[in-house]
Structures are given as structure tokens and as C-alpha cells.
Design a protein around this ligand. Structure first.
Ligand SMILES: Nc1ncnc2c1ncn2[C@@H]1O[C@H](COP(=O)(O)OP(=O)(O)OP(=O)(O)O)[C@@H](O)[C@H]1O
Ligand SMILES: [Mg+2]
Length: 553
């Protein structure tokens, strides 16, 4: 662009400013501000021009990054909020690989899809403008080229739909990959110990191969499109020129003029097609994200409006039944639990014990009947406020990969006041001595899912977490796996120390742990068979008596 200017200052060549085309404003501008055209001024102008261009380029690309990041953050945050409000009933039916993948890789792909879509639209507008200009200079020619262009698009259409299909397939394959990976990490110990880790790796590898295969197919189509695009467009122009010259004996000069506009428009057509294909490459992710968001929104937990303050009096189950699809799990349960009572739930595996405490904790809602907390039906309460006052120790205690302090306080501030609360919670859960003997005491790291501590310690730390939270009601689902006698004793002691302080509803597999419970509820096939003290049940329930004898109590 600057060449003609150099020619102008070089005396041997005379170039008039007309030849500068678009740049002639530069000379006029310089004349207006009284700057003489010399090598120096041209060099300065050139440097300034490109510096400004550089600055603009910076803002353009930085802005793009900002918008993209903002957009991705928005999607992620909205998904995280939606997931937090997703009901447990729906969560158990969902696919963890899908959740993981949609939250991570898919977000970037969605953002890319939007980017390519809008760029394609941008080029689309330019195409229309230039076709319009070509149309003004030579309507016949422009129409013929447009028809030719549309025909080539039909050829591309097949390839586009293939890209779209593979993109969808790729998203599903990535879900599977993430799902397999989560399980590999989660079940690492078992896979390693059982030697099944190599078999499992085969599964992952075959999934990786499938992903690579889809990517390759997509790459093939995209390369094909890129290669075919230009020759095809030129073919259209050649055919149209021939038709015009041979059939309509058109003037070649006129054709060339509109060809200039068409040339521009055709380059834009090619760019538009490229971005459209890029969009389709990620369209599977877009569809997945839309469906995922819809799934989370429709599966939202239903909340009542009343904020729960404090548990005062009693919990009542009134004619509660629960079914998974067509199978009734709990049948007509009627039970009252008073404040600070310890109620144990026992029964065979699959009799509905976990389901029962899920209903009491507001995790699941009864199919029929009511759960009444003091004066409120649980479904009138805002479940979050209720769950803030209740603790839940799941069948597999939850330990985060962090320090003991953070695990118990749930990342509370570490100040003197909280440290006192922390140690008091540890003491009540009978785990203070263990923590004090650790090299880093409360700052000791626990590893993935508490890999560095024993099953019983995990359980006691989980109890400490609930006690630190200051709950009114504690739900405990004792691990099914046989507890060692030390842990069994510790749990029994824990329960005994907490007696009278908290309302505890505990599912017990080892009956020795609940010897001192106020009442024991015997579940049989989803129905309450007996309710009473340990001794009451021993004489009233043959089932209970049998288990007591089996466990040698
Ligand atoms: N998400 C689910 N979908 C369908 N059925 C389920 C689901 N969860 C549990 N069940 C069924 O509900 C029944 C009761 O399960 P629950 O977990 O309450 O038993 P449990 O008494 O706690 O058993 P365990 O002592 O083995 O822990 C079982 O038959 C189980 O198969
Ligand atoms: Mg259970």
C-alpha cells in the first residue's frame, strides 16, 4: 500500500495521487496539516499507521477473549447453580460422565460454536452485500452465479449433516470417557488390588480410539470441504462466463466488472462455509448443553417457602409410602420421633432403611403420606434451611482431599474461636486424640476420599463435621461392610455420649452399636414390623432375635 508513496518521493518516477486509490486521503490529509511529503514523513506515517493497527488488533482480540471467558463463566455458574438445585431423585438417574464432561470440555466447545456461528453470519451479510452490488452491475450474471452457488451448497449439505451427526456422537463419546475416568479414579484402590486395572484400561483405550476415529472423520470432511470449495466456486464462475459469452453473447467488459464484486463475495462465501462447518463441528455440544440445562431445570428440587429455624418437638411420619417407578419400597410407614431421642432402624438389606432416612432428611419426597417436622409438613419448608439443621452421615463417609481442619469445619476461617469449636467437635466424636497425634495435627492432609485414614476414623471425622455444624438432628447410615470391633465400640460410645444432646436416627447393621438406643424400628420388606427397646424386640420379633443370635450379642 505504501509503495506508491515511496515512488512519489523518489524523483525519478512521477506518480499522481489518483494512482493511490484508497490511500490518496493520506496525502491530502498531510497537506491539510501542512506536512510536506518526504521520505521521513512517509516512514513516520507508515510506522504510526501500523502501530495504531496493532493497538486496535490487540483490543479486538483481547475483547474477544474477555467476551468468550465471560460467556463461559456464565454457562458454568448457571450450571453449578442448577446442579445445586437438582433434586436427588433425578440425580440418581443421571450420568456422572455427562455432568463432568458438560461442565468441563463442552463449555469451551459451546463457546467455539457460538463464535463460529456469529462469524459465519457476519460473512453471510457481506456475501449478500456484494451479491447485491454485482446484481446492480450485471443482474443476469449475478443471478446465474447465485444459482450456481446454491447448487454447490447442495453438494456441501450432505457433508454438513455428516459433520453434525459425528459432532453429536463425539459429545456422547466424551461423556463416556469422563464417566470411565471418574470411576477409574474413584475405584482406583479396588481396580489396583484386584488386578482389574489393566482390563479397565482396555475399556478406556477403546473409548479413546472411538473418539480419535470420530475426530478423524470430522477432520476428513473438513479437509475435503476446504479442498473442494475453491475449485467448485471457480467452476461455477467458468460455467457462467461461458453461458454468458456463448449463449447470450454478453460483453466481456461488463462481466469482468461484476466479476470483481463476485470475487469478493465468493471469498466471503468460502469463509462463511468454513465457519459454518466449524459451527457444525461443535453443534453436538450446543445441543447437549441445551438439553443438559433443560434436564437440570426440569429436575429442580421443589421447595416450600417457610424457613426452618430450629427443631423443637417431634418428627412424624404419617402413612408414608415410597416407590421407585412401579416398585413400592416403603409401605404405609407411621412413626413419631421425639426431640433428642435415639431411634435405630434395622432390617435386612434392601428392606428400605436408607430410603426411609432419605425421606426424613428431605433428600427424597414420599410418593404418598407426609413427613411432619414440628408443625410443618416437610414439603412446606425450604429444604435447604431444614438441611442446615440436620447432619447426614452416608453409608460411605465423605472425606475431602484436604486437611482435617477443612474437612471438619468445611473450610471455615481458622481463628481461635473456630479452633475451640473444632476441637470440641472432635472430642464429642472421640477423634481428638487421633488428630493430636498426627505430625501436622489439624493441618494433616487426608488424601483422596480419606485414603490415609481408617474406615472408623473416616466415620468419626464425618460425625465431627456434623457436630461442628451444630445440628439438631443427625442421620447416620452405618457402613454395610463389617466394622472392626474397635470402630464398632467407638460408634457405640459416640452414640452414648451424644445421647440427650441430639436427635439421632441411625441405621445399624451391627446391633451392638444400638444397644442403648431409645427405640429400635424393625423394617421388613418396606413395612414397620416392630418398634421397641432392644429387649422388647428381642422377645417380640423372631427376626430380630435371629440377628442378635447370629451376631453373638
Ligand atoms: N435409585 C433407585 N432406583 C430403583 N430402586 C432403588 C434405587 N435405590 C434403591 N432402590 C431399591 O430400593 C430398595 C431399598 O433400598 P435401600 O437402599 O433403602 O435399602 P437398605 O435397607 O438401606 O439396604 P442396605 O442394608 O443394603 O443398605 C432396594 O430394593 C433397592 O434395590
Ligand atoms: Mg442402605
Amino acid at each position: 500500500m505504501f509503495m506508491p508513496l515511496f515512488q512519489m518521493v523518489d524523483g525519478s518516477n512521477t506518480v499522481d495521487s489518483e494512482q493511490l486509490g484508497h490511500l490518496s486521503f493520506l496525502i491530502k490529509g498531510l497537506e491539510v496539516v501542512g506536512i510536506e511529503l518526504s521520505l521521513m514523513t512517509i516512514l513516520i506515517v507508515m510506522l504510526t499507521f501500523f502501530s495504531i493497527k496493532g493497538i486496535m488488533k490487540f483490543f479486538e482480540s483481547y475483547n474477544k477473549v474477555l467476551y468468550q471467558q465471560y460467556f463461559m463463566k456464565k454457562i458454568r455458574i448457571s450450571n453449578i447453580n442448577n446442579l445445586a438445585n437438582f433434586s436427588y431423585d433425578n440425580f440418581v438417574k443421571s450420568d456422572s460422565g455427562k455432568i463432568q464432561n458438560t461442565f468441563s470440555g463442552e463449555v469451551l466447545k459451546v463457546s467455539k460454536a457460538y463464535n463460529s456461528y456469529f462469524t459465519a453470519v457476519q460473512y453471510g451479510v457481506l456475501v449478500v452485500v456484494y451479491v447485491f452490488l454485482a446484481f446492480l452491475s450485471n443482474p443476469e450474471f449475478a443471478i446465474l452465479v447465485t444459482i450456481g452457488g446454491l447448487i454447490t451448497n447442495l453438494i456441501f449439505k450432505g457433508l454438513y449433516s455428516k459433520t453434525k451427526k459425528i459432532s453429536k456422537q463425539l459429545t456422547l463419546q466424551n461423556h463416556t470417557f469422563q464417566g470411565l475416568l471418574i470411576q477409574k479414579v474413584g475405584f482406583f484402590k479396588y481396580l489396583k488390588a484386584s488386578g482389574l486395572i489393566t482390563n479397565y484400561a482396555k475399556k478406556l483405550k477403546s473409548n479413546i480410539n472411538e473418539i480419535e476415529n470420530s475426530q478423524r472423520k470430522m477432520g476428513f470432511i473438513s479437509s475435503l470441504l476446504q479442498a473442494v470449495r475453491e475449485p467448485l466456486v471457480i467452476l461455477v464462475v467458468v460455467v457462467v462466463i461461458l453461458i454468458q459469452v456463448e449463449l447470450f453473447s454478453e460483453n466481456l467488459g461488463l462481466i469482468i466488472l461484476s466479476l470483481l464484486f463476485l470475487y469478493r463475495s465468493l471469498t466471503f462465501v468460502m469463509a462463511m462455509q468454513k465457519y459454518w462447518n466449524d459451527f457444525l463441528t461443535n453443534s453436538g455440544s450446543l445441543e447437549n448443553m441445551t438439553n443438559f440445562t433443560r434436564e437440570l431445570e426440569t429436575g429442580k428440587e421443589k421447595h416450600g417457602k417457610i424457613a426452618f429455624q430450629k427443631f423443637i418437638n417431634k418428627i412424624s411420619l404419617k402413612g408414608v409410602s415410597y416407590s421407585y417407578d412401579d416398585t413400592q419400597i416403603l409401605k404405609e410407614i407411621n412413626l413419631d420421633i421425639s426431640k433428642n431421642e435415639i431411634v435405630a432402624i434395622v432390617g435386612e438389606s434392601g428392606s428400605g432403611k436408607t430410603t426411609l432416612i432419605n425421606l426424613l432428611s428431605g433428600l427424597q419426597t414420599p410418593s404418598t403420606g407426609q413427613v411432619i417436622i414440628d408443625d410443618y409438613n416437610l414439603n412446606e419448608l425450604n429444604t435447604h434451611t431444614y438441611q442446615n439443621r440436620t447432619g447426614y452421615i452416608t453409608q460411605e463417609p465423605v472425606i475431602f482431599n484436604d486437611t482435617i481442619f477443612n474437612n471438619v469445619t468445611f473450610w471455615d476461617k481458622k481463628n481461635d474461636f473456630n479452633l475451640i469449636r473444632f476441637y470440641s467437635a472432635l472430642k464429642r466424636a472421640s477423634i481428638d486424640t487421633f488428630v493430636k497425634t498426627q505430625p501436622n495435627q489439624e493441618d494433616e492432609l487426608l488424601g483422596n476420599n480419606g485414603i490415609n485414614i481408617s474406615g472408623g476414623q473416616k466415620q468419626r471425622l464425618s460425625i465431627a463435621r456434623e457436630l461442628y455444624k451444630e445440628v439438631d438432628i443427625l442421620f447416620m447410615d452405618e457402613a454395610t461392610s463389617a466394622l472392626d470391633s474397635e470402630t464398632e465400640k467407638a460408634i457405640q460410645e459416640n452414640i452414648d455420649t451424644l445421647k440427650g444432646e441430639l436427635t439421632i436416627i441411625i441405621i445399624a447393621h451391627r446391633l451392638s452399636t444400638i444397644r442403648n438406643a431409645d427405640r429400635i424400628v424393625m423394617l421388613n420388606n418396606g413395612r414397620i414390623e416392630h418398634v421397641g427397646s432392644f429387649e422388647d424386640l428381642r422377645s417380640a420379633s423372631p427376626n430380630f432375635k435371629r440377628i442378635v443370635e447370629l451376631q453373638g450379642i
